[in-house]
Design a protein around this ligand. Structure first.
Ligand SMILES: [Zn+2]
Length: 325
């Protein structure tokens, strides 16, 4: 089994919807990179436009790409990604999902983001993640057209329908019944394997309770229930849906459960994700101060040590593609 580590590399505290862009958090990344290297794992940094065009951020990230101790990919936040057809102030206020953009906006914003990485890093990015997980068949088709080979915007078992972007839109995508395994997606139906050149490498979100099998009837039933207290209780007791992330209360037992569930389902990989801003004190709601950061690093260390002990090998998104193909 492989371990894929992905970092949404973006401006400080996006949750606050700041008026002004600051990128202090990027200066905190070397500690994370060093930790991954110490355990022999190789992260994929998915960059937003503001990071890909900021000289001090480039100076930090580019050497890792050049030494091949990390991969650089793209992460689209439409509200900071030019060109702006709509009012920039409005964009920044509503945070539209990429799948809510017009065809022309998807095409142009992706082209500018891609070109900024080519210009500043000397490589064409091959891996992509949509901001706020906002992905659909139009985004998929444009990624294929612009020569991307990996998308990692799918969060199986999760629906973002109740998360609003454009006030007149339908909310985020519903990925509840999407596969947890990697698949070359069908651009006409992105939930199904097809014959395109774009490999979907979903986020690792698994059932880790009594019923660990993907597509088990009980799990499907629970996913179909509307959000409620009862659903939370059933989830706690039987289903135990878990993301491979670190939260305030994540422990080794959680990483173990996820690994066991992945094994049971014969997954060829598990994928961890973190936002770059989570690694700076006050950079995100997840880590408000230095103590929180130290706790996060203890959890990261526990997780990486455990996965290394289990014999997991590190790989980046596009390296996984070449192996898988
Ligand atoms: Zn993001």
């Amino acid at each position: 089994m492989k371990l894929i580590i992905t970092v949404d590399t973006e401006r400080d505290n996006e949750w606050k919807r700041p008026d002004k862009t600051s990128l202090e958090n990027i200066k905190f990344l070397p500690r994370f990179q060093e930790l991954c290297e110490r355990y022999g794992f190789k992260p994929t940094y998915l960059l937003t436009y503001e990071v890909a065009t900021d000289p001090s951020s480039i100076a930090i990230l580019k050497p890792w790409q050049e030494k091949s101790t990390a991969e650089i990919g793209a992460h689209m936040h439409p509200w900071t990604s030019p060109p702006f057809e709509k009012d920039e102030f409005w964009e920044n206020k509503v945070h539209r999902f990429p799948h809510e953009l017009s065809d022309g906006e998807i095409r142009d914003k992706l082209a500018v983001l891609t070109q900024s990485i080519i210009n500043n890093f000397g490589i064409r990015p091959k891996s992509f993640r949509a901001g706020r997980w906002g992905f659909d068949k139009r985004v998929a088709s444009e990624l294929i057209r612009q020569n991307y080979i990996v998308d990692s915007s799918v969060t199986p078992k999760i629906s973002w329908k109740n998360t609003k972007g454009d006030p007149s839109g339908q909310g985020g995508p519903d990925y509840r019944f999407f596969p947890a395994s990697p698949y070359f997606l069908d651009p006409q139906n992105i939930s199904a394997p097809g014959h395109s050149s774009l490999l979907e490498i979903p986020m690792t979100v698994l059932f880790t309770g009594v019923f660990k099998k993907e597509n088990n009837i009980f799990g499907k039933l629970v996913l179909s229930l509307p959000e409620s207290f009862l659903k939370k209780v059933i989830n706690r007791l039987f289903v135990r849906l878990k993301w491979l992330r670190i939260f305030q209360n994540s422990t080794k037992a959680d990483f173990k459960r996820i690994y066991k569930a992945a094994q049971k389902n014969k997954l060829p990989f598990i994928q961890f994700m973190i936002h770059s801003s989570e690694l700076m004190p006050g950079g995100s709601p997840y880590a408000k101060n230095e103590e929180d950061i130290e706790r996060s690093y203890r959890q990261l260390e526990t997780m990486l040590a455990y996965f290394k002990d289990q014999g997991l090998q590190g790989t980046t998104l596009s390296e996984f593609y070449y192996d898988f193909k």
